[in-house]
Design a binder for this molecule. Structure first.
Ligand code: GLU
Length: 551
């Protein structure tokens, strides 16, 4: 019979603290009833993706709408994947979307009483609980090399074993004697600490996940690694220790961890900790032809959060879009509460799709158009300029040099019940409003209308009579007058009844003028654009266009 206390001393001679002592350093949090404590626990790989944001928004809403705590823990147990500065990049990216942590590993150092919040600084703590696991017979050292493990796997395959891994009779070090262990330790052999599973493949665990609902999983039989040979814990062991000590009530994480849950349940039980609640979030999917697939880092640039900044989606748009895909009732709520901040929406994890959310770029654009349509022009200008200063210096200068004109232009059709919804991303705005700064050099074709000869005459005639001071009805009357002068139909009903009887309609005349001034057939209210451009500029553009048409 193994003396586990003796084994624990042999493996962890320097560890004198008891689990109880450590636990007393992490007292219960004094929070109102029902307050959710959750965390983000990223590995510092430097790549921040949409999934991080989905997880961030979910845990931020769950915690902050219940008066709870959101903290950041850095899982740097895999030093191979670590990238310098990754934590700053992550916190900055999340902050951009309004997700701020109450405590944790902040760029300036730890904030909060439940740290250290970086796993590499918690080795001593893991050792205390690892020692407890050994003392209580739940863990043992394993000296198997990579080759031994590969060999075991090969033999398992040859034997037609259903489960491949370190377990039961295959687990070579599971029943090693104390003397053998001692001999190898004294010899300086490397070892990892393995869990001693008592799971049974014929038994199921019933579990209620807050997103997935009822799930049934087979018990874990594997003797997984708890501590690596350098004393660094695996994700599993660190998760159980940290989330218990830090009093996480809800673990929000990707559903790739769901298969590990039976193991985690064993760990919490054997460590004597209470199991937190779990929200296993399904992956982000997209349509690829007829079928759905997971968004992939390699194939889909839109997985990276930096993509949205570069494209120029306002943070609010991305935020609202994510709420739209996470909670099916958000859109309805938003339509009924246009002016309220999104934080007033009651987020519910029960409304999340257990199978994951479908990411739809066009839908994101629609949401963004709605969000931008409700912003005051000054805000649109400020955000646009902020974007341009990073991604398009020339456009930024034009905006800065024409602040009033640009803001006045961006005000057209804003406010009121049905605001214009022209802008989805800042990167498209230069094309959308560039004519406010420079005369157009490219013109959409009007060839299908009355003919360029005729159009040139119409534009010239209109220019000859142009009056800058016209209000919108006088402006329209003047367009109509020119239309009538050239025999165009000024009554749309009559025109539609017999279009062949006329060279065109008043609408065509205003299209000629619009294209002359802006290069485009579709713009916000033209008479306002013209008054913002000023008489001299308008006449210059009208005559230049008439000349161009004649060539
Ligand atoms: N470091 C883990 C990951 O990035 C954290 C999972 C969790 O939130 O528990 O997947």
């Amino acid at each position: 019979m193994m003396d586990n206390t003796k084994l624990a001393e042999l493996l962890f001679p320097g560890v004198v603290k008891t689990p109880e002592q450590v636990i007393s350093e992490y007292p219960e949090r004094a929070l109102p009833q029902g307050a959710v404590v959750s965390r983000m626990a990223p590995s510092p790989t430097g790549f921040v993706h949409l999934g991080n944001l989905v997880q961030g928004i979910t845990s931020e809403r769950m915690t902050h709408q219940t008066g709870g705590v959101l903290f950041l823990r850095i899982e740097d147990t895999d030093s191979k994947r670590e990238v310098k500065g990754a934590v700053d990049v992550l916190t900055e990216s999340l902050k951009y979307y309004g997700i701020e942590f109450d405590e944790g590993a902040m760029p300036g150092g730890d904030v909060g009483a439940y740290g250290p919040y970086t796993q590499s600084k918690r080795r001593d703590i893991y050792a205390v609980f690892a020692k407890k696991m050994v003392r209580e017979g739940h863990a043992y050292p394993c000296f198997c090399s990579e080759e031994d493990l590969a060999d075991m796997k090969r033999r398992q395959e040859e034997a037609g074993e259903d489960s491949i891994g370190y377990f039961g009779k295959w687990a070579a070090c599971r029943d090693m004697s104390y003397e053998e262990i001692e001999k190898r330790i004294l010899r300086g052999d490397k070892w990892v600490l393995r869990y001693r599973s008592t799971g049974d493949l014929s038994k199921k665990i019933k579990f209620t996940d807050m997103v997935k609902g009822e799930v049934e999983l087979t018990e874990n039989i594997m003797d997984f690694v708890l501590l690596k040979s350098d004393g660094i814990p695996t994700y599993h062991f660190a998760h159980a220790v940290d989330d218990s000590l830090m009093h996480t009530t809800h673990v929000v994480r990707g559903d790739e961890w769901l298969p590990s849950l039976p193991f985690h349940i064993q760990l919490f039980r054997d460590l004597g900790f209470r199991l937190p609640k779990y929200l296993h979030i399904g992956p982000l999917m997209k349509m690829d032809g007829e079928s759905k697939r997971k968004l992939s880092k390699r194939k889909d640039p839109e997985l990276a959060l930096t993509y949205y900044q570069k494209e120029g989606f306002p943070a609010e748009s991305v935020y609202e879009y994510i709420l739209t895909i996470l909670n099916s009732n958000f859109e309805e709520w938003r339509a009924a509460n246009r002016e309220l901040p999104a934080s007033e929406f009651k987020f519910s994890c029960k409304k999340m799709n257990p199978a994951g959310s479908l990411f739809d770029y066009m839908k994101l654009r629609d949401v963004s158009k709605n969000v931008i349509a409700l912003m005051p022009a000054e805000k649109v200008y400020a955000l646009l300029l902020e974007w341009a200063e990073v991604y398009d210096g020339e456009f930024a200068s034009a905006l800065k040099g024409n602040r009033e004109k640009a803001t006045a232009f961006l005000s057209i059709g804003r406010g009121g019940k049905k605001p214009r919804k022209d802008i989805a991303v800042w990167s498209e705005v230069k094309d959308y409003m560039g004519y406010m700064f420079d005369a157009p050099t490219e013109f959409e074709s009007i060839a299908e209308l009355a003919g360029t000869e005729m159009a040139a005459e119409v534009v010239k005639k209109y220019a000859d009579g142009y009056v800058q001071e016209d209000d919108s009805s006088a402006w329209f009357e003047r367009v109509k007058q020119v239309a009538a002068d050239f025999g165009f139909c000024t009554d749309m009903k009559a025109y539609r009844a017999d279009p062949a009887a006329y060279p065109g309609s008043t609408a065509d005349v205003s299209t000629f003028i619009r294209v002359a001034v802006t290069g485009k057939k579709n713009t916000p209210e033209l008479n306002t654009i013209m008054s913002l451009l000023g008489k001299e500029e308008v006449l210059k553009r009208l005559y230049a266009y008439a000349d161009k048409l004649k060539q």
